[in-house]
Design a protein around this ligand. Sequence first.
Ligand code: BDP
Length: 718
Amino acid sequence: MTRPGRVLGVVCAVLFAAATFAMPVRGEDGYQLWLRHAPLSEAATRPAVTGVFFPGGETPLGNSAAGELRRGLGGLLATPVPLLEGVEAGAVVLATPETWPALADLDLPLAGLGEEGYLLRRMVHDGAPVTLIAANTQRGLLYGGFALLRHLGGNGALEGLDVASAPAIDWRVLNHWDNLDGHVERGYAGRSIWDWWRLPGQTEQRYVDYARANASLGINGTVLNNVNASALVLTERYLEKVAAIADVLRPWGIRVFLSARFSAPRDIGGLDTADPLDPAVRAWWKAKADEIYRHVPDFGGFLVKANSEGQPGPQNYGRTHADGANLLAEALAPHGGVVFWRAFVYSDTDPEDRVKQAYSEFQPLDGDFADNVLVQVKNGPLDFQPREPFHPLFGAMPETPLAMEFQVTQEYLGFSTHLVYLGTLWEEVLDADTFAAGPGTTVARVIDGRAQGHALTGIAGVSNIGSDRDWTGHPFAQANWYAFGRLAWDPELGARAIAEEWLAQTFSRDAEFIAAAADLMMGSREAAVNYMTPLGLTHIMGTGHHYGPAPWVDELGRPEWNPTYYHRADDSAIGFDRTASGSNAVAQYAPPLAERYGSLATTPEEYLLWFHRLSWDQPVGDATLWEALVARYDLGVTQVRRMQAEWAKLGTYVDEERHARVARFLEIQGQEAQWWRDACLAYFSEVSGRPMPEGTAPPPHSLEHYRSLKFPFAPGDG
Ligand code: BDP
């Protein structure tokens, strides 16, 4: 380096250090998500890293990997991290066997890591202590780099580092329910991040930062548009826009998918039918797929909602879901694309218990789907409720790869106003034992393909991302995006460990802070269940927008849209009998579970009213059912008050801006929890004819008051 260069370097380092050191004390707006890379506090204990050795060549993925690693390490170490010309003491080596032949001599277990896995290892090379990030591909290096940053960002040490990791599931995909006009169905964080109007000419830095955040978790696909799809997205004009987004996401390993409207051949193709067995329709989809791949050579494929809630589908022509899925699969197959075909169906003419319908329709089609089709199943048989048992299709279609669909956006869990950490909900589902291939056949093992030997695997999360500066509206809703990505990579990770990682990177690495804030997160979903739908109640929210309580609604056009359909409360009993004496939905589960849920004595309390219809006087623990219900609602409110008090104590660890924002949201959550409790108890007290138990507070308003509340501008409506 020449003298002026050296001086400039020193000045830059000082400025850089000053800027990054300043980060935690300044108010933060949350834009950086978990990628803040705030300086490790004790300079003396910072890992001795001198730079990044990246004998990579100039591939887009490799450049992303090396650039992001330098950026992240620079933040953590509060000093710029240079690219090195060779291996030296303190180097982080970022290499594949192709780019650095020395790897071959090291006898590393790379073979099992596939296309996406990575290895992190502390080692001595030619006498120099170095940190190795090794992978078979540049994509693996990208994920490995982020893994090292996550490790260090969570106070992890370099010494002794030895990690090998590969994703359990192939397709780890976000589903955006974003309309082409910018409205996000069930979106609570502003408008769509995709500015379809300005595309393709203008792309935004936000697209890059979106891609970085997803890549940091290993998310490798994104469906850009709503499942309630407009066929317009498949027209030339929009495909150019799609291609522009794909170009931005590609260097971060993310492939673009589209939701396809099944009637597109009619809507935009000039045909008079969309019958999947019609040769002209088949030819149209083939030509359309070819056209898409001309714009986006690595296009991922289609997501389809068909014959569900008014969407067109193969049944309009007397065909099956398999006929429909296979039509699109055939068009995509020559290009390597896949179809995610959703199983979220219930019919407007079928009087069968709604939670049974998807199984009844799809299970008989097992084995009929083409090889590049995944059937995408929501986590529970109803619809993303605060608590449901797992969907009985998991395990019941051994010949068909099933993809999991989780809802990251909090449609039924307080929008982005409530702090509800969903890691625990998803862990509960993934760990559930289906017994499909004997005990231990967890949902996780079904979707990662191990239980039934599937090579093609997938998991989808309905995104909670919007144009809000902090992406998700509530600072803690970022944790749900994060947890989805981490569980998609490894569905056997623990929700608490994920929460702790996220907290350390997002707020503070202080152990006391992490312990307290993780406690708060871990209890938050159960609190929401308690103040919304305890003891197995479900689907009692407001009509249309799904905001707030409305258990009284009974006049909607279709029976299964009404809360009264689900809770069935009258003056003698409450709950839905799904045992053999009722709808027998229990029979859709493997025998050990059918038996467990079929008997009141063995049904866990959290599913009581989901599976059983019970007298208000039914003993539950030491109380009657009515008393237990009131106690649960009260507990939910108390839990939120406790969350408020706990958060208030954590002010010293978090920048003022985000601390205050969370505190205000918790205040709203407390008011809304109280409202849920009061409105539901006012209603159930009236239908049951039971007074509030002694020692409990009567709802402050009449039932009429709660019924009269209207929310015409609630966000996210469909
Ligand atoms: C429901 C949502 C609706 C979605 C539907 C779906 O209310 O907006 O379109 O799920 O998943 O929960 O298709």
